[in-house]
Design a protein around this ligand. Sequence first.
Ligand SMILES: NC(=O)c1ccc[n+]([C@@H]2O[C@H](COP(=O)([O-])OP(=O)(O)OC[C@H]3O[C@@H](n4cnc5c(N)ncnc54)[C@H](O)[C@@H]3O)[C@@H](O)[C@H]2O)c1
Length: 446
Amino acid sequence: MAVIAKQCPGIKVTVVDVNEARIAAWNDENVENIPVYEPGLSDVVAEARGRNLFFSTDVDKAIDEAQMVFISVNTPTKTYGAGKGMGADLKWIELCARQIAKVSKSDKIIVEKSTLPVRTAEALRDILLNTGNGVNFQVLSNPEFLAEGTAVLDLLNPDRVLIGGDPTEDGQSAIQSLIEIYAKWIPRERILTTNVWSSELSKLVANAYLAQRISSINAISELCEKTEADVNEVARAIGTDSRIGPKFLKASVGFGGSCFQKDILNLVYISRSFGLQEVADYWEQVIIMNDHQKKRFALNIVKDLYNTVSGKKIAFLGWAFKKDTNDTRESAAIYVADELLNEQAKIRVYDPKVKEDKIFGDLDHLNTRSPAENKKYIKVFEDPYRACERAHAIAILTEWDEFKDYDWQRIYDNMLKPAKIFDGRNILDAEKLRAIGFKVKSIGVK
Ligand SMILES: NC(=O)c1ccc[n+]([C@@H]2O[C@H](COP(=O)([O-])OP(=O)(O)OC[C@H]3O[C@@H](n4cnc5c(N)ncnc54)[C@H](O)[C@@H]3O)[C@@H](O)[C@H]2O)c1
């Protein structure tokens, strides 16, 4: 919404949230304190905030004044009842629809920006159109394809924008209104229109395909470790085939983030609910492979440290699920830490953008052990060199660029020997580190 406000000074954008602390942070005088870290985002907010971009907790007022309402609330995996652990929890979406229906006095276009199961627009419409207040609503699907870490660039220069709407005249006119916003900075041919159901499903499918590529190369990484093939070489060799393409072929400790797992589980759940067992099983394997990769990484550390990490210090470089974001949702680091804590390791964490309370929150949320125990075995540092001091091993969990340029000799000198590095992102120069004296294990390389 900040980018829309930046690109369209003539449109007033009000972002509302029920979370007061979050809105207060978005309104913080110092734009560096906004709650989301994304390269370039603070500048966008600085430019538009107070001009045509506003952050508020007055949800009713914002709905009342708006001609177009974007629903961008969370749609997490259900943690209870039917579909637990698989389907999307649409509680917050429904609450939004009911609030919009209650407050609206004029016709509005409702845009689904959250990622939703296919046919959710039907439920939205059902709620909106049965309130009896005579207001007309058009529901559009406009899924968001940005990647965290490059969100601003992706929004300024997207591969495509997708808008799904009704084939009726009113539906097409609503689509046109949204096209006019994006067309202010995006070439018209990159704005695709479909029916609502194709648009809703396309978002789930896009994430499933992306995650599938990661799980595919990760599956091959394990085979490489047994066969002396090098996964980086295999990735380069297959990635130059224009039918395959070079992106999303980097082997790693596994994917994380709030979307991939949730959206695939959703796809699996929908397929299963239609009785499409083979389709569901096919996509579920992407998640199974990812869980295996995270676990395998942790267990390899244990194995390599002479089958015990009890009482040993392991330094984690990185906690965010990828570089250039402070988002840690479903980060591989959480699960690797959990496995190692089960083995009684002492974990020392450094991440350039993730704060200590988030790290403890992530682990406490797993409920594997008490918060007191997590506190006892984990220590968070603001200096990477201190985090690595007297460690038995270092694990790279996030591909932050700064890790490549550390003074690795200094780190080596202050570690216990043999000093081991487990590079879960294959970002370090293994040969250089070996020359210093490190024992290095990369993913997919024997
Ligand atoms: N994060 C991403 O990169 C990304 C990318 C594409 C799509 N999505 C989709 O966008 C949606 C939101 O994702 P997110 O990462 O921003 O989630 P989030 O949990 O960070 O933010 C959702 C916000 O909605 C607020 N909220 C909940 N109910 C509300 C209500 N009734 N009224 C007002 N505010 C309410 C919450 O307080 C929260 O701040 C999800 O469906 C997600 O799948 C996210």
